[in-house]
Ligand binder design. Structure first.
Ligand code: FMN
Length: 203
């Protein structure tokens, strides 16, 4: 009983600290900014999928993204079983015969864990909801040592494949909009350039 009370007290303290202290300071500055600036798209992964505990933490961060009217107008499917991953790739390749099968299968960039995100087209800001969910997933993943890549190309193949869509099991009316590959990075790419000319203060 005493142990339980100690654990509960610890959890409450941690929750209170999180709700009051919005900025996580690190030795060199701010953990959020460090993560944003250090994240890179990863296209070469080690074979092992992200463990479920870490993945659940990442997904929890995903669904804590803001969403219009808190509608959470997305559905998320996670594949980390190599057999299921192969099935989805096969189904996509079979439904897109005009594209070489290897190109279709390679569109996951070798990520051992895939997150598939579908939106509710009945809500006009639903794609934004999906984008915010996605960025939370990628940033929290990076902060936990997990690499990721946002993937648009599989969406086209999946939309063309009723069988792959059925296997993912999205609800009726939901459309796949984006995928995220995740895994432990086996490369350390340089940052891609950004265009500050697109940003301007209006004075
Ligand atoms: C909507 C969207 C779709 C993307 N689709 C793909 C894709 O199909 N394949 C891929 O390798 N990278 C894809 N990317 C990753 C981008 O190429 C990458 O984010 C961009 O080059 C900037 O690099 P960085 O993420 O390392 O900063 C996509 C990114 C976004 C946001």
């Amino acid at each position: 009983m005493k142990t339980l009370k100690t654990i509960l007290a610890g959890v409450c303290l941690a929750a209170a600290a999180t709700s009051c202290n919005q900025t996580v300071q690190t030795e060199s500055g701010n953990a959020v900014i460090e993560t944003i600036m250090a994240r890179r798209s990863i296209r070469k992964y080690k074979a092992e999928p992200v463990d479920r505990e870490t993945m659940n933490r990442i997904l929890e961060c995903g669904i804590n993204a803001p969403s219009g009217m808190n509608k959470q107008s997305w559905e998320v499917r996670v594949v980390d079983d190599p057999a299921v991953m192969d099935q989805i790739k096969e189904l996509m390749a079979a439904s897109n015969p005009e594209i070489p099968a290897e190109a279709v299968k390679g569109c996951f960039r070798g990520a051992p864990t895939m997150v598939f995100i579908a939106n509710d087209p009945a809500y006009d800001f639903s794609v934004i909801d999906c984008g915010l969910l996605s960025e939370n997933i990628m940033l929290s993943a990076w902060s936990l040592g997990v690499g990721s890549v946002c993937l648009g190309s599989p969406v086209r193949f999946i939309k063309n494949s009723p069988e792959a869509l059925a296997r993912l099991g999205f609800s009726e009316g939901y459309n796949p909009v984006i995928c995220i590959g995740l895994g432990y990075a086996d490369e350390a790419p340089e940052a891609k350039p950004r265009d500050w000319n697109k940003v301007r203060f209006v004075e």
